[in-house]
Structures are given as structure tokens and as C-alpha cells.
Write a protein that binds this ligand. Structure first.
Ligand SMILES: *[C@@H]1O[C@H](CO)[C@@H](O)[C@H](O)[C@H]1NC(C)=O
Ligand SMILES: *[C@@H]1O[C@H](CO)[C@@H](O)[C@H](O)[C@H]1NC(C)=O
Ligand SMILES: *[C@@H]1O[C@H](CO)[C@@H](O)[C@H](O)[C@H]1NC(C)=O
Ligand SMILES: *[C@@H]1O[C@H](CO)[C@@H](O)[C@H](O)[C@H]1NC(C)=O
Ligand SMILES: *[C@@H]1O[C@H](CO)[C@@H](O)[C@H](O)[C@H]1NC(C)=O
Length: 320
């Protein structure tokens, strides 16, 4: 009897102990966050949301020390999807490694978390959706590139990561079925087909990323990797705006704070703009035809802060 009881006891103890061995960061552990990405994360003021970007809010909500490397217009790699802006591979990462090497940055790996949010430009105009990339490029290497950033940072000593997935780009004004010529694209196109294609790219891109991350996580001992569901969060704001948007205008998830309609094929013409001002702006999901609004960014910041503080967020899953 006794050995059996002991075995049962050990088994029970193991199932008890196993989860606490691994997943996620502990409350109070994280003091610094380092960001890589594009205009969604670039903290230049005014940011692409018309005000402060989500990392600026998260740094205040934490509070955390913020080390921002994300740059507007960036893709994962210009070798895959070329755009004349600083990509993560080839610009943002080298700058970060330079600063580590020359002593500008010395971050304790245990107290530091790395956020990666990339894909908007890789999937977008003058890249995947317009077939502007090299012939052997597709959504697959583009997402492999995002996952590889975790590997490269891990090899340099980083241990904590949040991968933010692609938001539902087909719900932005630029890629919605009833789009109009705008500052990002004023040439002729079939907006129904664009929207369908962008929905496929976003959803399949996220599924590929998730599978790749799930495969990667067990190969990186002592790493903590969270998968943050931007797609789910923004979709929930779209479907249930009253839970998130709090401005003084009627709630609006299909238009944007600063909407500018151009003439077709005529970038030099003066667009017709409609702009919401003051407290009306917090009624919108989008700031312009491609970017989340400042209120949306506050929500993203709130959820990202919870993850970094080791608290539960409905929109994040720790894979390790
Ligand atoms: C990008 O391409 C250049 C030139 O072909 C090459 O030297 C470089 O190593 C490539 N970088 C990456 C990250 O693949
Ligand atoms: C360290 O590297 C960064 C990025 O390349 C550079 O901007 C900075 O001037 C360097 N600082 C020193 C002290 O060399
Ligand atoms: C745009 O594409 C949709 C879906 O393929 C098609 O039904 C529609 O007729 C197209 N519109 C035009 C103006 O070509
Ligand atoms: C949403 O905002 C757009 C401006 O981008 C405006 O044209 C539209 O009428 C607004 N919709 C509602 C329901 O207020
Ligand atoms: C909406 O809520 C945010 C907090 O999420 C707050 O900072 C902002 O001032 C609110 N906006 C309005 C118009 O009350």
C-alpha cells in the first residue's frame, strides 16, 4: 500500500509543481521593455495614432523603463519585402545590438521583456498584397522572419518575449471593402478583392506564426514567450465598441478620426478631409485609414501592461 500511496503523492506533487516551474513572468519581475516594430509601436510624437503610442502609455501604466526601437514604415526584413524604411532585421536589431555592445544599454535579461509587433507593412501595399515582393517571397518566410527575431534575441541572452500578432487589417479603412482613394493608396483597385485577400493574409499569417512559436518555445530553455492576440482584441473592439470606446461622438469603427478622400490617381490633389477633434476622437477605433486611434492604443497598452506585470490578460497566452 505504502509505495503506491507514495507514487500517487509524487504524481500529485508533480502535476502541482510543473505549471509553476515554467509559464510566464512573475508579478514585479519585469522592469524594462524593449520594442521592435512599425508605426503601430513607433513612439515619435505625435505618433501614428495622432497622440501618444501604446508603448508610451504602457511605460506609464507599469511603470516600466521603455527602450523603443520600432520605426514607422518598417517591415521584418527588406530582403523579403522591400520598403524604404528601417526594418527590424537589418536596422532595428543592429541598432539595439550596437547599443548593447558599446555600453549604452545594459539590461538585466530577467527584468527585461522584448515586444515584437510586425506585419502591417509586410502584408500591405507595395509588399505582399500588391505582389511587389520578390517571386520566392510569400506570407510564410515573412512570418518566419518575425519568429526568428525571438531566436536571435534569445541567442544574445534575452529571455522574455511578447509576440503581438497581426490585427485584422481587412477591418482598417485602407483594406475594407468600401474603401476610398487615400494617402496610402490612390490608384485604382478592387477593394472587395483586397479586403478578402487581406483577411486571408492576416488570418493565415497569424496561424503560421502561432504554430512556429509553439514549435520554438520548448527549444529555448528558461525563456518565457507570450503570444498576444491583437487580432482578437481589435476584432472585439470592432464588434463591441461600447466596451472600449468612450468619446463624445457616436461610436465609430468603420471610419477614422482623420479621414482624407483623394481623387483617384492624383496624390497631388488636395484631399477632402473630415477630422474629429478633442474628446470626439476617443469614439473611433481607427485614427486614419491604417492606424489604430489613441484610445485603441490605450486599450492595447492596458492589456500589454497586464501581461508584462505577470497578470492575466484575456488576449495573451504564455507558451513557456
Ligand atoms: C540581405 O541581402 C543582402 C544582399 O543580398 C545580404 O548581404 C544580407 O546578408 C541579407 N540580410 C539578411 C538579413 O538576410
Ligand atoms: C552606441 O551605438 C548607438 C547605435 O549605433 C549609437 O547611436 C551611439 O552613438 C553609440 N554610443 C557610443 C557611446 O558609442
Ligand atoms: C471586384 O471583385 C469582386 C470579387 O471578385 C467582384 O464580384 C466584383 O465584380 C469586382 N468589381 C469590379 C468593379 O470589378
Ligand atoms: C464614421 O466616421 C466617418 C469618417 O471617417 C464618417 O463619414 C461616418 O459618417 C461615421 N459614421 C458614424 C456611424 O458616425
Ligand atoms: C477614455 O478612457 C481613457 C482611459 O482608457 C482616458 O484616458 C480618456 O481620457 C477617456 N476619454 C474620454 C473622452 O473621456
Amino acid at each position: 500500500m505504502a509505495p503506491l500511496l507514495t507514487l500517487q503523492f509524487v504524481a500529485a506533487l508533480l502535476t502541482f509543481v510543473a505549471p509553476s516551474l515554467g509559464k510566464g513572468v512573475a508579478p514585479g519581475q519585469i522592469k524594462n521593455f524593449v520594442t521592435f516594430g512599425d508605426s503601430y509601436t513607433d513612439v515619435g510624437y505625435p505618433a501614428a495614432d495622432g497622440g501618444y503610442a501604446w508603448p508610451t502609455y504602457a511605460a506609464g501604466y507599469g511603470p516600466f523603463n521603455l527602450y523603443p526601437f520600432a520605426k514607422s514604415g518598417g517591415t521584418c526584413s527588406n530582403n523579403l519585402t522591400y520598403r524604404p524604411f528601417p526594418p527590424i532585421v537589418g536596422s532595428q536589431l543592429p541598432t539595439y545590438f550596437d547599443e548593447v555592445k558599446n555600453g549604452t544599454l545594459h539590461l538585466n535579461p530577467k527584468e527585461t521583456i522584448y515586444t515584437i509587433w510586425i506585419g502591417t507593412n509586410d502584408l500591405g501595399v507595395n509588399a505582399l498584397i500588391t505582389g511587389s515582393d520578390a517571386p520566392d517571397v510569400s506570407i510564410v518566410p515573412v512570418r518566419q522572419c518575425a519568429v526568428d527575431i525571438v531566436k536571435v534575441l534569445y541567442a544574445s541572452g534575452a529571455r522574455n518575449f511578447i509576440m503581438q500578432n497581426i490585427l485584422p487589417l481587412d477591418l482598417t479603412v485602407l483594406y475594407s471593402a468600401n474603401s476610398y482613394p487615400n494617402r496610402y493608396w490612390d490608384a485604382e483597385r478592387n477593394s472587395t478583392e483586397w479586403s478578402v485577400f487581406m483577411r486571408e493574409l492576416s488570418r493565415s499569417g497569424n496561424a503560421i506564426t502561432e504554430l512556429m512559436l509553439q514549435a520554438l518555445a520548448p527549444t529555448l530553455p528558461a525563456a518565457h514567450i507570450a503570444s498576444f492576440d491583437s487580432y482578437g482584441l481589435i476584432t472585439d473592439i470592432y464588434n463591441n465598441p461600447h466596451n472600449y470606446l468612450n468619446g463624445t461622438a457616436p461610436l465609430n469603427v468603420t471610419g477614422c478620426v482623420k479621414s482624407c478622400v483623394y481623387n483617384m490617381n492624383d496624390k497631388d490633389s488636395d484631399p477632402v478631409c473630415t477630422t474629429a477633434e478633442g474628446t470626439d476622437r476617443d469614439s473611433f477605433l481607427w485614427y486614419d485609414e491604417l492606424h489604430p486611434s489613441e484610445q485603441t492604443d490605450r486599450i492595447i497598452a492596458r492589456e500589454m501592461t497586464a501581461v508584462m506585470k505577470g497578470k492575466p490578460s484575456k488576449w495573451a497566452t504564455w507558451l513557456s
